[in-house]
Design a protein around this ligand. Structure first.
Ligand SMILES: Nc1ncnc2c1ncn2[C@@H]1O[C@H](COP(=O)(O)OP(=O)(O)OP(=O)(O)O)[C@@H](O)[C@H]1O
Ligand SMILES: [Mg+2]
Length: 278
């Protein structure tokens, strides 16, 4: 790969951490590289060179992996420690069948975390196509219908009649709406309604997912979307973070409004397709 045409220092912030070992001797103990977002976006906006665009995207992904790795180590170390402990018990002759069940479920948790993370870190080329937002939402609703019915939940969609075209990676956007509707279903153990509205607002489309679930307590609102933050027994706490990243990649914004015991409304705005988009 030829990278010589990018001046990294112009688009990246490089922080090096040193420890002083002797008077004139220091050692680097870590380097953190993060993209300077505004310059980075500029680079993406200006570029007509597909190759350069892909390299820029990869840099963004690498930075995300960097942010995630510390939290990931923490999340995976816990089930691994537990597995190690049980293996030691088995080794010492205290074998009980239900230890195997625990080991099995800890492995499942690691697998789940890793497979969710693959969504953001897998070396995949984001393929942007012109697509109507209604057809994406339509598809997602059809996919979620059985799960909603099972939980006594009605999915009500209210989609603008005229097709609203956006430039998107369809599979990534489907992933976002699946994550959000899944969250709404999980927040409504006693059933109810989830409304999905799609409207046009000047140069963008507004998608709202409105549920009647348990809502998000004010004191944890800041933590929602932080990697691995979850209030669920089997949640990975990656759904919102991944969704937000995908919406950012599509130059959109995502907003969460919630009231405890009343419900949650997620609003997403995505720019409508224009012929000028490179
Ligand atoms: N619609 C919602 N209603 C109430 N709480 C929500 C809603 N959406 C998200 N949350 C809260 O935000 C937390 C983080 O959500 P996120 O989707 O990132 O992870 P998760 O749902 O816990 O795990 P995963 O998505 O991997 O199953 C949830 O644990 C929940 O507390
Ligand atoms: Mg979730």
């Amino acid at each position: 790969m030829h990278l010589h045409f990018i001046n990294f220092k112009k688009i990246m912030k490089i922080l090096e951490f040193y420890v002083k070992i002797k008077k004139n001797f220091t050692r680097v103990i870590g380097v953190v590289i993060t993209p300077l977002i505004d310059k980075f976006e500029n680079l993406i906006n200006k570029t007509e060179n597909k190759k350069m665009y892909e390299i820029a995207r990869n840099i963004q992904k690498l930075s995300l992996i960097g942010q995630l790795s510390a939290a990931l180590v923490h999340e995976i170390r816990n089930p691994l420690t537990s597995i190690k402990g049980f293996l030691q018990l088995i080794e010492s002759g205290i074998i009980e069948k239900n230890y195997f069940d625990i080991i099995h479920s800890e492995f499942q948790r690691i697998e789940l975390i890793l497979s969710e993370l693959l969504v953001v870190t897998r070396p995949q080329v984001t393929v942007f196509h012109k697509q109507s937002i209604q057809s994406i939402i339509h598809h997602v609703i059809a996919l979620m219908q059985p799960q909603a019915t099972l939980h006594n939940i009605e999915l009500i969609s209210n989609l603008a009649n005229e097709p609203l075209w956006i430039e998107c990676d369809e599979n990534q956007l489907k992933q976002v709406f699946l994550n959000l509707i899944k969250n709404s279903i999980e927040a409504m153990p006693n059933g109810g309604q989830i409304r999905i509205d799609v409207t046009k607002a000047s140069s963008f489309t507004k998608i709202r997912i409105i549920d009647q679930g348990c809502g998000i307590p004010k004191d944890i609102m800041d933590k929602i979307g932080q990697p691995f933050f979850t209030t669920k027994k089997n949640g990975t706490g990656l759904g919102i973070m991944i969704s937000r990243k995908i919406i950012e990649i599509h130059k959109g914004i995502m907003n969460i409004q919630s009231e405890e015991k009343k419900g949650t409304t997620i609003t997403i705005q995505l720019p409508l397709y224009t012929l000028n988009i490179s």
